[in-house]
Design a binder for this molecule. Sequence first.
Ligand SMILES: C[S@@+](CC[C@H](N)C(=O)[O-])C[C@H]1O[C@@H](n2cnc3c(N)ncnc32)[C@H](O)[C@@H]1O
Length: 153
Amino acid sequence: MNEWKMRPIGYVRSSYTDTKQVPKGLGTKHTLEGTLDVLPEFEEGLLDIEGYSHLFILWVFHRGGGYELIGRPPTDNRPHGVFSTRSPRRPNAIGLTVVELLKREGPILYLRGIDMLDGTPVLDIKPYTSSVPMDKLRRGWLEEAEKREAADR
Ligand SMILES: C[S@@+](CC[C@H](N)C(=O)[O-])C[C@H]1O[C@@H](n2cnc3c(N)ncnc32)[C@H](O)[C@@H]1O
């Protein structure tokens, strides 16, 4: 089996220290601010990043472990395949979060929209340039779960 070794390029600093503190469920908006502290040896790679309002952060679910191919996310009471959810319990424990870049001070990126625990290792940063028009975007079971919840209210 092929395996790839990766190393953190930095760490998230956030006020979440326990998974229970991270807001969950339908309609959750992540507004927490925190930082991504990039390791000194990678700081040069941040050149020009200030021009972007939003970034993709790729990171590791370093707390916890194991995976399940079918699970019940907190956003629905129906089972779904892991690859149609954002579950932390996945074969490769990689998280992906879109954050707003508030400012940069040297190797420190100030971010809004954090859903990671304090000390989360970050594998990569990429500029967010996605522009899928709303009328082309399908949101699968999540959209159906939102409609069911709205009808129950
Ligand atoms: C549903 S996942 C989504 C994460 C990311 N936005 C994604 O889509 O990959 C977010 C949950 O991961 C958990 N979490 C955050 N940081 C973690 C870490 N470093 N290790 C393990 N679990 C973590 C928290 O319970 C949080 O509610």
